[in-house]
Design a protein. Structure first.
Ligand SMILES: *Cc1c(COP(=O)(O)O)cnc(C)c1O
Length: 376
């Protein structure tokens, strides 16, 4: 059996090796390493794929969220609502800009922002909501967008884990993750569903004026060279990464399919096991399975984690500690037990290997290893 990996980027590369190598060498020969034609072509191809007006490439997913908040002129004292069950970057950029992160709990089935909790968290200081499409499934956008409209709030989607996921509104309109809010940030970190071979990111928006501000923000606040109209940052997508992403974008739908097929096989193997809750897929969103995450019930989760590691099955706990319990984010407003769903999830979730190259033999070994421990 081929060695099981959490993410198998080498096997994926082997299938597109020639295309990738050629593209990389072409950039090197062109010497257009920064803001070269590949970056513009990639942005325009991604716009077409997403059906969004503007894709503004930047250095990484964290930056994509930060520059969105900067370009929207969020100011110290403004409150930004996000969930306590996410990767730290989401809240980090809020805090870094001197804004106030306001944390809310998630829904127990989708692990995404609970709209009821958001409603209760809105105050006159609230300026934005940052829903995270966690693990590859869209948050409950219709409810959140309506709430945002009613209270005049920006919606900044954290699409880092969900590029390609589709959300269906009650009127039948289908939109891709990251194209529903005011702006959206995405990461092209190697292990993400559309990953490059280094760091990369982008912001999506349909708003022309905001797009122009975003382009300035990622480029030292300048529109005309050496004239700086705003305080910006330096956040760029390299041409080499853009060239790699152009190739991988052509395979994205097929990569999503491969993840969904692997998830289906996991689901089949765990069906009927009442100690494992397999991922719930909401009727109004597709799931692109950035992670395949089980909720364990009455199982020693850490024992299962160790058992799998001992059997050479890589696995991971996303996430072991909710944001409100992180040392850097401790806040007297938040007490233990205030976000019971997130706390329960942190104690009981486990994510299995998930990538585009899992084969049946590997899946059988992984699921047998899980069941061996759970049913013991
Ligand atoms: C990966 C990720 C980020 C950050 O992306 P980077 O490219 O690593 O900066 C932000 N939010 C979520 C939910 C992520 O998964």
């Amino acid at each position: 059996m081929k060695k099981i990996q959490m993410v198998d980027l080498l096997s994926q590369y082997n299938k597109i090796e020639q295309e990738i190598n050629e593209a990389v060498i072409n950039v090197i020969k062109s010497s257009a390493f920064i803001n070269g034609p590949e970056v513009k072509l990639f942005a325009s191809e991604l716009q077409d794929y997403l059906h969004v007006k503007h894709v503004i490439p930047c250095g990484n997913g964290t930056d994509s969220l930060q520059v969105s908040m900067m370009a929207l002129n969020l100011k110290p004292g403004d409150e930004v609502i996000t969930t306590t069950f996410t990767f730290i970057a989401t809240a980090e950029v809020i805090a870094l800009l001197g804004l106030t992160p306001v944390l809310v709990d998630v829904c127990p089935d989708t692990f995404n922002m609970d709209p009821e909790a958001v409603k209760k968290a809105i105050t006159p200081k609230t300026k934005a909501i940052v829903p995270v499409h966690l693990f590859g499934q869209c948050a409950e956008m219709e409810t959140l967008l309506n709430m945002a409209k009613e209270h005049n709030l920006y919606v900044i989607e954290d699409t880092c884990q969900a590029i390609g996921a589709e959300y269906t509104f009650s009127n039948g309109i289908v939109k891709k993750a990251g194209t529903m809010g005011t702006a959206s940030g995405v990461s092209f970190f190697p292990s993400k569903n559309l990953g490059c071979y280094g760091d990369g990111g982008a912001v999506f928006t349909d708003d022309d004026e905001l797009a122009e501000k975003l382009r300035m923000t990622v480029n030292h606040g300048m529109k005309v060279r050496y004239y700086h109209d705003a305080i910006g940052v330096n956040s760029r997508l390299d041409s080499i990464q853009a060239a790699i992403l152009r190739i991988k974008l052509r395979h994205l739908d097929e990569y999503i399919k491969a993840r969904q097929i692997a998830a289906g096989k996991y689901n089949d193997a765990f069906a009927g096991c009442d100690k494992l809750v397999t991922p719930y897929v909401a009727p109004n969103s597709t799931h692109v399975f950035h992670q395949y995450t089980l909720v364990t019930k009455g199982v020693d989760r850490n024992g299962l984690h160790q058992h799998l590691m001992d059997k050479n099955v890589p696995c991971a706990i996303y996430y072991p500690v909710p944001l409100h319990k992180q040392k850097a984010y401790l806040d007297p407003r938040y007490k233990d037990g205030m976000f019971p769903v997130s706390e329960m999830l942190c104690d009981s979730v486990i994510s299995l290997p998930m990538h585009t190259e899992l084969d049946d033999e590997q899946i059988k070994y992984i699921t047998d290893s899980v069941l061996e421990y759970v049913n013991k």
